[in-house]
Design a protein around this ligand. Structure first.
Ligand code: ATP
Length: 305
């Protein structure tokens, strides 16, 4: 069996001439909390809608739990999603909102509903009318509704959007609990990388419909951590010098930049060795990057859309 619970190959969705999702290859491991990051309009919702079966791909392939193409129908019931605002009955309690969904699934067990309320942190307010709930409470009830039927994969589209810091913290706790206690795999989209950085184990960064990068939490932290930054004309000429000096943890970032993630106190020596090899260094120094800046740089700088 594939090591991935979900993978896609060349997944594309075209609206007219516009490719909202363009040949995306994603890889989501079992038990991951996968942060799907992109600015507004990047294609996150369209992608998640295709995975959940709400939209039909123009081309490409989805593999879920080892099933593909026509077979996907058999496993879609193992996915649940919160895409767009949850449809809630404001004049009813959280408990009754859940009871209606449970009835659709043929379940009448009170303990089952109480357990869901507890999982999403709404036990104390389960009998309150939903119209009196905060946005964060409504979002968590939306997740509660998505939990009915115990899905293996949960898709959450911008569940943090618009929440205050306390709401964000509660949402994070809920998501971690689902992963740890129910072994769920969760894909959670956001336009703010920083907000997912405390919980996500993996990231996929999407921009203009293209998946720019997939990386683990460790890789992201490494890329944003302190490093020696060298600015020069032709980075590839410097690599043999770095190799000779025994560096292994370095990366060519763009056509003028190399980052070295080890032996940070040796920048002067690096500078000297490069000069000896006839390589002209424009700038060398220690830098680090905020997570959000990393994302902005990757997607072309500027502020959020
Ligand atoms: P947001 O967070 O703003 O929802 P997103 O990353 O989820 O952004 P999508 O909603 O997937 O982005 O939209 C991606 C692109 O596809 C946008 O340019 C959007 O206008 C376009 N799009 C989405 N749905 C449709 C549709 N049904 N018909 C035409 N264009 C669409």
């Amino acid at each position: 069996m594939s090591e991935y619970l979900l993978s896609t190959r060349g997944l594309t969705k075209q609206f007219g001439h516009h490719k909202a999702v363009n040949h995306v290859d994603i890889h989501v491991k079992r038990g991951a909390i996968y942060g799907f990051i992109g600015r507004n309009g990047a294609g996150k919702t369209t992608f998640l809608r295709m995975i959940s079966g709400l939209a039909k791909p123009t081309s490409g392939e989805i593999e879920l739990f080892g099933y593909r193409n026509e077979e996907l129908k058999q496993v879609r019931s193992r996915i649940s999603c919160l895409i767009e605002a949850p449809g809630l009955y404001g004049n009813m309690s959280a408990y009754d909102n859940l009871a209606i969904k449970c009835q659709l699934f043929g379940m009448k067990n009170r303990t089952y509903i109480d357990n869901i309320l507890q999982t999403v942190g709404l036990s104390d307010v389960g009998r309150k009318k939903v119209k009196h709930f905060s946005l964060g409470m409504k979002q968590r009830l939306g997740i509660g509704l998505a939990l009915v039927g115990e899905p293996d994969l949960l898709l959450l589209d911008e569940p943090i959007n618009g929440l205050d810091p306390q709401g964000i913290a509660e949402m994070r706790d809920t998501i971690l609990k689902l992963r740890d206690e129910q072994n769920m795999t969760i894909i959670i989209s956001s336009h703010i990388l920083e907000e997912l950085s405390k919980i996500a184990t993996h990231y996929g960064i999407i921009h203009n419909g293209n998946l720019l990068q997939e990386l683990t939490r460790e890789e992201l932290l490494e890329r944003c951590s302190e490093r020696i930054q060298i600015i020069l004309e032709k980075p590839e000429q410097a690599l043999p010098v770095l190799d000779r000096m025994g560096f292994t943890k370095y990366q060519v970032i763009d056509q003028n930049t190399i980052h070295i993630y080890e032996r940070l106190n040796e920048s002067a020596a690096v500078n000297m060795e490069l000069a000896k090899a006839g390589i002209c260094v424009r700038e060398i120094g220690i830098t680090s990057e905020e997570l959000e800046q990393y994302f902005l740089n990757l997607t072309g700088g500027g502020s959020h859309a």
